[in-house]
Design a protein around this ligand. Structure first.
Ligand code: F6R
Length: 279
């Protein structure tokens, strides 16, 4: 049987088959490391298809990437981006839309082509069609090379709330009370947060060739420990990353507080050749 080039490439990566955890002293140094990995991959492949996340945690990463662009000419002109999610019902101009967030924090500060930036359209008249269109578009671009991820207090990646199928695709998802609370401050109250969002599915996310999750702060300590060291469960969709052949989790000391195998993770970062240029 003829193997497809994609499967073949994935096969090689799958041989690596592990989740790595890197502990950094502060939220700033953790974000800086994530930005350096993105910059490295973008320099290695200017046509990189980059999966993007929003949220407070990512703001520091985007600040660092803008700095890479300004100080060392990191070139975004050929890369394409796909965001994980977008609220249903918000105009792109709405300050709380994820399109607006991306324009503010990254897109208008670097030399990315606006037409190469993609987010689900939360205003589409037929949301199911829009979800299918988004999935097909990702496929048309050859899939995501590097997917940035945050983690919600409910353990979600994207807006894959508890009980999202681990093989789910892009779809409309109702947000949990925990997520509504987490995101309330930006909207000036929980009741103003849209109840639904379009999100890449867990299955969509873990098809990315590489996943890179950043978690910082003590509010993420419990859920990070569950995601990395707990049993795989749709109650904490970030646990699906344990199935991924190449997932790197970067945490600061506060978010690492409840991890059991910290010494092991530190040893790997200090000794494995893969991390030499990042130490
Ligand atoms: C946002 C997203 C979410 C966030 C997560 C963490 O696009 O996909 O999964 O990454 O909710 O958000 P913060 O960083 O605000 O705690």
């Amino acid at each position: 049987m003829q193997e497809s080039p994609l499967l073949h490439r994935r096969g090689i990566i799958a041989c690596l088959g592990f989740m790595e955890v890197i502990i950094q002293p502060t939220d700033e140094s953790a974000a800086a490391l994530v930005a350096r990995i993105v910059a490295h991959d973008l320099r290695a492949n200017p046509h990189l298809v980059l999966g993007l996340a929003t949220g407070k945690t990512m703001e520091r990463v985007y600040r660092q990437l803008v700095r890479h662009h300004q100080d060392s000419g990191l070139d975004f002109s050929l890369c394409s981006t796909f965001n994980l999610d977008e609220y249903v019902g918000l105009f792109p101009s709405d300050v709380n839309s994820y399109r607006h967030y991306m324009d503010e924090h990254l897109f208008r500060r670097v030399n990315i082509e606006p037409r190469n930036t993609h987010l689900p359209n939360g205003l589409a008249s037929n949301l199911d069609d829009e979800c299918r269109r988004y999935e097909a578009l990702i496929q048309r671009f050859g899939g995501v090379d590097l997917q940035l991820l945050g983690i919600g207090r409910a353990g979600h990646i994207g807006f894959n709330e508890p009980l999202s199928a681990l093989r789910s695709r892009t779809r409309v998802k109702a947000l949990t009370p925990t997520t509504l609370k987490q995101n309330a401050s930006a909207f000036g109250g929980e009741e103003k947060v849209p109840r639904r969002a379009i999100t890449m599915g867990v299955g969509t996310i873990i098809e990315a060739r590489r996943c890179l999750l950043l978690a910082t702060g003590s509010s993420k300590a419990e859920v990070t420990a569950q995601a990395v060291e707990g049993p795989i469960t749709s109650m904490v969709t970030a646990t699906a990353l344990q199935l991924h052949p190449r997932c790197t989790v970067v945490v600061d000391e506060e978010a690492a507080a409840k991890l059991k195998e910290k010494d092991y993770y530190r040893w790997i970062f200090e000794n494995e050749p893969e991390w030499e240029e990042y130490r």
